[in-house]
Write a protein that binds this ligand. Sequence first.
Ligand code: GLU
Ligand code: ZN
Length: 290
Amino acid sequence: MIFRTRFAPSPTGPLHLGHAYSALLAYDLARRHDGEFLLRIEDIDQSRAKAVWEQQIYDDLSWLGLRWETPVLRQSDNLATYSVALDELWKRGLLYPCYCKRRDIREAAAAPQEGAPLLGPDGIIYPGTCRTLPRDPNAPLPDNTALRLDLEAVKQVISGPLAFEETGDVLQAETTPHPDVADLQQSVGDVVVSRRDMGTSYHLSVVLDDAHQGITHVVRGKDLYDATPIHVLLQKLLDLPTPSYFHHRLIRDDKGKRLAKRDDARALSKFRAEGATPDDIRRMVGLLPS
Ligand code: GLU
Ligand code: ZN
């Protein structure tokens, strides 16, 4: 099996130091293993993705000295793959349409008898309002609405811990044992696998694309660690391999705050315009020169 890593940015803003760290780690890891480094443009949110940002991703990464396999996978070109998977899950009775608005969910979750709304990695934990509506898995997949994974039904087909190999910066002490589906019901709730108007979601597309691209080692920020059991669950349901995961530390600004896309002060293009070299960037994020 070829050792393969990837970098999967969303073209919704400039790449900053945190992205550079992630991309360089994935690239260096692939090189150390005589493997391949792939790039994927995560542009399912067409309301936010912009061609100029995509172009800047290529420019910034080339400038950093990275080379990647071609063709680059762009998620917006891969929507058919997502709908095949959704169809399959729907036919197996594992999905249901959700018609709730954000506000409905907030209100239902905060109903007096429920106490304060619980927060999971996807935001407020969905209280299951639409799970009990009638649905017919023999009818076509409902379109134009969000689809959620019915974890109650999933529990009947998937048992045991949603385990994966962690090879990165997440210390044993920071982690709880791998959750099972019942734990996910508590901590995440019925996950959205297809957002309205999008035909997919981050979780579904990332899982299908990592499999499609034959990724053996996923390198990404520690902030996504809690999403990984959701990905392992989707891999099990869709009969896809589970890669190894390397969740890396997050690059923070001088005040210890996590860098966000809007922190243009940390944009790679800015350092570059100011005369920094790719090795300067490597040093800034704590990596050895190339
Ligand atoms: N597109 C995601 C981001 O830019 C990365 C997802 C992943 O690496 O799994 O945060
Ligand atoms: Zn709903």
